[in-house]
Design a protein around this ligand. Sequence first.
Ligand SMILES: [Fe+2]
Ligand SMILES: [Fe+2]
Length: 249
Amino acid sequence: MTRKKIRNLLRTESRPDQAVLAALFWLLCMGTSGARPHGAAVSGDANTKSDDGNCLRGMCGRSMVAGEGDSKMGVQIGASPDSGFDDPLGMLKDCHRRIEHFLHVICLVAERALGRSLTGEETSAVQSALRYFREGGIRHTADEEESLFPRLREDPDAGNLEELGALESDHHEANELHSFVDEIYSKWITAGRMAPQDEAQLVAATRRLKSLYEAHIQVEEKFVFPRASARLSQEIIQTIGREFRRRRT
Ligand SMILES: [Fe+2]
Ligand SMILES: [Fe+2]
């Protein structure tokens, strides 16, 4: 998909929706209750930061990045430890929780900071999220497209080729949208302000990413991963885990 096509698509998707209103409502509630939304489970680092005022609650995710694929650093307060390389399907699900968390950050800031400069706290949270999608997000796609999906395709009873092809199309569209969001946010951070047309397109792009990931993650966790768990041998699962390790060293 070309940048022009993305811009045209985004022009048609810039009206406020229920999800945005819910996110803003959630933010207001967070100021008094200290509750944390689903998908924002973070480690002690982030919790400490939220107490000293340097990080918006649930928005600082540095520890979530550090914890990926490393069981020693994956211990989280109030959450299960991250899965290790012996459980690559568990690692993929852990990664989905990180995707949801960082997606929440880029959606929330795009909605609430329109018409002004980002605060230091917002800039830091957004930069962590952008870095995650540039590194961890790309690696997650490689884990699926280069390690998991080919194994499912090799087993005629385990793979649904149409479904896997649709998931790969989603990855492609998400990559295009992420590079667009990265470009606009980087301009915003550098220049201090955004042009009105960029504001509308950033909001539309983050909303599109949110809806894309919601459906995509549901298909993977409800159908693809359970099928892989049922059909792939332990030997293949362990091979996939070794490939995941190699991508991280
Ligand atoms: Fe995927
Ligand atoms: Fe995934």
